[in-house]
Design a protein around this ligand. Structure first.
Ligand SMILES: Cc1cc2nc3c(=O)[nH]c(=O)nc-3n(C[C@H](O)[C@H](O)[C@H](O)COP(=O)(O)OP(=O)(O)OC[C@H]3O[C@@H](n4cnc5c(N)ncnc54)[C@H](O)[C@@H]3O)c2cc1C
Length: 534
């Protein structure tokens, strides 16, 4: 049986890319939303037409057992899956292709790969699932390096050990979401970390980027699930001690989480796992607008209830995802538990939501293990959530710019930030595209703040897409920083967010990070250009 293939230029599996009928339906919807007629379907790219430069370095004999300069390998390791990656892939532009793709099978082979890169002055880019949306896996090495090697962790895909008593598991870094869940399931356990990229992203990628997952409150980032990390650096192995918590000085895990491949290669980690939930409750509460729904979400978490799902969608975001509302915004609440009925937590959260001015005409739905059918808004939301990245790639073929960005801010800044970002993004789209709209949802909620997530959609000018996108992205990112937000709550920094990250982080901290990189990576080969300059 031939293995299922990833799409070489777009999101996801090649066999799940929307067919022409689906693209026509999308063209009609997107055209109407942008105030024009139906959009034309662009031809889909062919792998044979991809423009890939000749490799600058050849596959070394000492690595030949796990190195390749195969064209498909190089193409599929060129980009992540940001809008600009998908666009360049669609246009057949693979000029940033790595020269070599390495697929080590154990740590000894990783060490050999590092030594070769150091000797030959080749930049080394760790590659997990390649779902980065910030240019994290695309090394444009310039003149400083002789070439670029992409190091794919795909062979590191096993759950190695389970400590049922401490409810933790040792998992290899290259395990993709479904692969690790499949291995945990027979033990009745689950990581329950479901970012939208779950199907293709890896544990190592999540740790390297401090990804944000399923839980909208409390255990929001992978940070909260990590117990210890093992990393192979050019100077040797760092492995932190497995502990539930520790006050012994600065935490080594904290230094490695979010290191985005610049310090070394994460090979495995002990993570906290959960018992599979048995009880679930869900409900939708309607509000006039997003700020009102945000107020209610804040009141819920400040009341001491921490729903697993606490996502607020503005009216347009709800409409785009087919989530039912009564015309305004919706707050989707969900509780889950392995050991207790969630009905009373839901009742508390609902009463807070209603006291904050919400309307809940359908009440809450409760489910026990194995039962299907929860709240319709929550169900529709989940389906739309997983299908959306395919549609986002398909929009590129219709001449539409569609991208997302996210942030985090304290509650005292939220209303101002939300209004300012909508205004700046809309104004930039009007200026460079002549039309466009932006929507917002809240992905994660804290007692002291919130993570707003924005989606913008605008008509592209053929050949000018990257400039148009760049202008919108700049306006939005400037507004985030000017109004108290971070350049990213969970998408990471990569190469794309560097200009804003450089403004946001304290300069002395950057100096300390550069010193740490010099210590662990003295030849400066590890993912150059990400987070700090080598
Ligand atoms: C459609 C879509 C939806 C997304 N949804 C979410 C979401 O819900 N939440 C979220 O947080 N993010 C999301 N992302 C962003 C992306 O999935 C995350 O950043 C994810 O953590 C990347 O994992 P990966 O395995 O694909 O890593 P890659 O993209 O391969 O790499 C990301 C970065 O980590 C480094 N890296 C990867 N593996 C290792 C390793 N083992 N050791 C050291 N460095 C490594 C790479 O060099 C790179 O800098 C989404 C992206 C897409 C395209």
């Amino acid at each position: 049986m031939t293995p299922r293939q990833r799409n070489f230029w777009a999101w996801g599996w090649a066999d799940r890319f929307p067919d022409d009928d689906a693209r026509r339906a999308l063209a009609a919807r997107a055209g109407a939303a942008l105030g024009g007629g139906d959009l034309a379907l662009g031809a889909l790219p062919r792998l044979d037409d991809a423009r890939v430069p000749e490799p600058r370095v050849s596959v070394p004999t000492e690595l030949s057992a796990f190195a390749s300069a195969d064209r498909f390998e190089r193409v599929t390791h060129t980009y992540g899956r940001a809008y600009r990656d998908v666009l360049r892939g669609y246009r057949g532009d693979f000029s940033a292709a790595p020269d070599v793709v390495l697929r080590p099978r154990d740590e000894a082979e990783i060490v050999r790969a590092i030594r070769w890169c150091e000797q030959e002055n080749v930049a080394l880019v760790p590659f997990g699932g390649g779902t980065s949306v910030v240019g994290g896996v695309e090394a444009t090495s310039g003149d400083r390096y002789r070439g670029v090697a992409s190091l794919d962790l795909g062979a590191f895909d096993r759950v190695l050990e389970i400590d049922a008593k401490s409810r933790a598991a040792k998992i290899q870094a290259g395990a993709r979401g479904p692969v690790l869940e499949e291995q945990l399931a027979p033990h009745g356990l689950s990581l329950r970390f479901y970012p939208q990229s779950f199907e293709h992203a890896t544990l190592g990628g999540w740790i390297a980027t401090r990804a944000g997952g399923h839980f909208a409150t409390r255990l929001t980032h992978i940070d909260d699930l990590v117990e210890s990390i093992r990393m192979v650096t050019p100077r040797g192995v760092i492995e932190s001690r497995r502990l539930p918590a520790s006050g012994a000085g600065p935490s080594p895990d904290r230094a490695l989480l979010g290191s985005e491949g610049i310090l070394g290669i994460i090979t495995e980690a002990w993570v906290r796992v959960q018992a599979r939930p048995r009880w679930r409750s869900s409900a939708s509460v309607f509000f006039d607008d997003l700020p009102a729904a945000a107020n209610a979400a804040r009141a819920v978490v400040q009341s001491g209830e921490f729903p697993a799902n606490c996502r607020a969608l503005d009216a347009r975001e709800a409409m785009m995802n087919g989530v039912p509302t009564d015309g305004g915004a919706v707050l989707v609440l969900g509780f889950e538990s392995a050991d207790r009925d969630t009905a009373s937590s839901m009742a508390n959260a609902l009463s807070v939501g209603l006291a904050s001015g919400g309307r809940c005409p359908n009440g809450a739905k409760h489910r026990d293990a194995g039962e299907r059918g929860g709240d319709p808004s929550a169900e529709t939301w989940r389906e739309a959530f997983l299908g959306a990245p395919y549609l986002q790639s398909a929009l590129v073929t219709l001449g539409v710019i569609a991208d997302t960005f996210e942030t985090g801010c304290t509650w005292d800044r939220f209303d101002e930030l939300h209004a300012a970002v909508l205004e700046a993004t809309t104004e930039a789209m009007q200026r460079c595209c002549g039309a466009g709209f932006v929507t917002c949802r809240l992905t994660h909620v804290y007692p002291d703040g919130v993570a707003p997530y924005f989606t913008f959609v605008a008509p592209a000018r053929q050949g000018g897409e990257l400039e148009q996108w760049g202008e919108i992205k700049r306006a939005a990112s400037d507004a985030l920083l000017a109004h108290g937000g971070t350049i990213t709550h969970h998408h990471a920094v990569g190469r794309m967010h560097r200009p804003w990250y450089d403004r946001q982080r304290p300069e002395l901290f950057a100096e300390a990070l550069r010193a740490m990189k010099r210590t662990l990576d003295p030849h400066g080969i590890m993912n150059p250009g990400v987070l700090v300059d080598p």
